[in-house]
Design a protein around this ligand. Structure first.
Ligand code: NAP
Ligand code: G4F
Length: 339
């Protein structure tokens, strides 16, 4: 039987790398879309030892003709749209670019599928950020959306477009509403990676301290490698449906810092409030974390806490890696850079 053909947009990103690895193990031919003016690095694919197994093709979501050509010529069985301007904090400075890629980029892909490849199944990377500050304690597929950043608004547009193309044109398209997921391959700007890589630099390198923003926001953090499996499972269902994918546990950023610091042998003591709050390492009596205004956002999602009951039941999917284990994996990776 011919190998299934999958296109992953955003192949250079965290999830792109783990999903590519997962699909190769399933026997797929994997094509990866890389944008023009890309960061130029496929280091994540190299780290996983799969860069030679992926057929990388130029794919810029801002370019309608490029999107049409790739979809028309690719004859893909499945397309996973992971490409996005994915950093919430940056979306306030670049709301138009963020919308063009994250919102209209998805319409370009859906239109291309509708016109040139309407049997291709489509996965869209939706996000828990779409819930905003929900008054529902645990967010599920039934919880209503109140996006509060340009990023979240752009993603909700895409989410509803996917629903619309499914209903109006009968395309097999669906969205995974994924809560935060992390790994050693996470971008340096995201808080988990920032905390762990900076703790490593403080312990083994030349950094003396790091600044953070709102350490009281809560996130439901899981492991990217577990979450990409759910994306694939969604496209193997008979009918397309949306699913929440989360760990079902929530922690503050401060709790994350405390757990990560223990992995490096720091003995943290917190003092002060607001912008005066800081963490001292009692081993050295030095301040290693301070709070800095520049890291606060104009609007903040205070708490995310996911309910994946539907995915657990219908996809037989489980979050296998708890936060302590995830932090251990990420810390070991950073420590290995200094050995
Ligand atoms: P990521 O590491 O930031 O990767 C984003 C990818 O999109 C990169 O490959 C990037 O290319 C590419 N890209 C950006 N603009 C593009 C454009 N105009 N045309 C084509 N490609 C473009 O993100 P991730 O953590 O893997 O997340 C994957 C997807 O899931 C994203 O859509 C994100 O919004 C969504 N999501 C993530 C999480 C999470 O916690 N990780 C949770 C929910 C949803 P460059 O390398 O060139 O920048
Ligand atoms: O790691 P973050 O930047 O992730 P955020 O904003 O939750 O978004 C991530 O998860 C979403 C799913 O919910 C994805 F859709 C999105 O693409 C991305 O992957 O920030 C997490 C929390 C925020 O509350 C932020 O205000 O950490 C807080 N924070 C505190 N200090 C900080 C910092 N965030 C960053 N990036 N840097 C800080 O210094």
């Amino acid at each position: 039987m011919a190998k299934k053909r999958a296109l992953i947009t955003g192949i250079s990103g965290q999830d792109g790398a783990y999903l590519a690895q997962f699909l190769l193990n399933k026997g797929y031919s994997v094509f990866g879309g890389e944008r023009q003016n890309a960061s130029g690095s496929l280091w994540r694919l190299k780290y996983l030892g799969i860069e030679k197994k992926i057929k990388v093709i130029p794919l810029e979501l801002l370019e309608e003709n490029n999107v049409n050509d790739v979809v028309r010529n690719g004859k893909f069985d499945e397309i996973y749209n992971l490409a996005a301007q994915s950093f919430v904090a940056n979306s306030y400075a670049s709301p138009i670019f963020t919308s063009n890629v994250n919102a209209l980029g998805v319409t370009r892909l859906l239109e291309a599928i509708r016109h040139f490849s309407n049997k291709t199944k489509f996965y869209q990377a939706s996000t828990s950020e779409m819930y905003g500050n929900s008054n529902i304690k645990k967010q599920s597929e039934k919880t209503s959306f109140h996006p509060i950043s340009p990023y979240a608004v752009s993603k909700l547009y895409a989410h509803w477009m996917v629903n619309m193309y499914k209903d109006a044109y009968g395309l097999f398209c669906c969205s995974g509403i994924l809560f935060n997921h992390e790994s050693p391959l996470r971008g340096d700007e995201f808080v988990t990676k920032k905390i762990i890589s900076n703790l490593a630099k403080i312990k083994y390198g030349n950094l003396t301290k790091m600044g953070l923003g709102n350490i009281y926001s809560k996130r439901d953090w899981g492991f990217s490698k577990d979450y990409v499996e759910a994306m694939w499972k969604m496209l193997q269902k008979k009918k397309p449906e949306n699913y929440v994918i989360s760990s079902g546990k929530t922690y503050t950023v401060k709790e994350f810092v405390n757990k990560a610091a223990k992995n490096f042998g720091f003995n943290l003591s917190w003092t002060g409030v607001g912008l005066k709050e800081k963490a001292i390492d009692l081993n050295t009596n030095k301040v290693i974390i301070s709070i800095e205004k520049k890291y606060f956002r104009p609007t903040e999602v205070n708490s995310l806490f996911g309910d994946s009951t539907k995915a657990i039941k219908e996809l037989k999917w489980l979050p296998r890696t708890n936060l302590d284990k995830l932090i251990r994996i990420m810390c070991e990776y950073e420590k290995s850079k200094y050995n």
